[in-house]
Design a protein around this ligand. Sequence first.
Ligand code: ADP
Length: 296
Amino acid sequence: MEEKNGNPDEITLRNAGEKVPGNTGKIAPANIERMEQETLIKEKLSNIQRKILVMSGKGGVGKSTVAAYTALMLSQKGKKVGLLDVDLHGPSIPRLLNIQGGLEFQEGGPLRPHSFSENLKVVSMEMVLGDKDTAVIWRGPLKISAIKQFIADIEWGALDYLIIDAPPGTGDEPLTVVQTIPDAKALIVTTPQEISLADVRKSINFCRQVNLRILGLVENMSGFACPHCSEKINIFGSGGGSRMAKQLEVPMLGEIPINPEMVDMGDRGDLSVLAEKDDLEINKAYKKILDEIEKK
Ligand code: ADP
């Protein structure tokens, strides 16, 4: 990333779309650059044990929260974790974790991710763009180029996990991740109601079409325990995720209940405080999911 600016037309990015001119027998400079970038990507990825792409069919199901919280809890367990936000249109990871700073850079040294804690390193497009309220218009090739640079040009170091938060749906961003990180696995987030599950089928079909292995399905916002009588109220229904997982033969990783504190702490960027409260049902549910992830 050579320039920080709110307008991607003015960011000098490697030209992903350039073609080899004529049959001159020479390798075009853009191709040399591309080959160098591919070598860098391979090098960086060889230092990362496991790569997880967090996807959802729909927005608002808690996908970014699941990505951030999973990364946080793994890092609190002592794992070295990278969290990469490739939701270029609506990056929400910096807000959820209250990250004000940008990427770390010292004259002459490599570009490093933002260090949220000793074990958790974070990269988001919001750290590169100047004004976070600017609506950025991204064309497909620029998105592809930016995501590749997030891996090639940033010194992630050795990691146990790289968790990637993709925007909802099956567009350029998840596709670029699949093409760039061939051993990534998908964690698909849904809510229990049919309208959300219908889109999960699309996400699963996408994974199968592009040979992206599926780590499993997580049902978020799965029931709410009444704070007065503890009775479970299934606001969005329940069990839809398990049924879908069975029907489509994908592993079910777990169900996460609704917890209003999650909304409040997420809005305040205090998810790391919530993650430390061991006795909360929501944290017990997440721990079960982490166990499932670590087993796979
Ligand atoms: P997405 O990335 O799918 O668009 P977000 O992660 O931004 O969704 O979450 C949408 C909203 O839902 C946020 O306000 C978040 O705090 C809230 N949320 C996510 N998971 C839960 C949960 N288990 N209980 C309560 N609120 C949640």
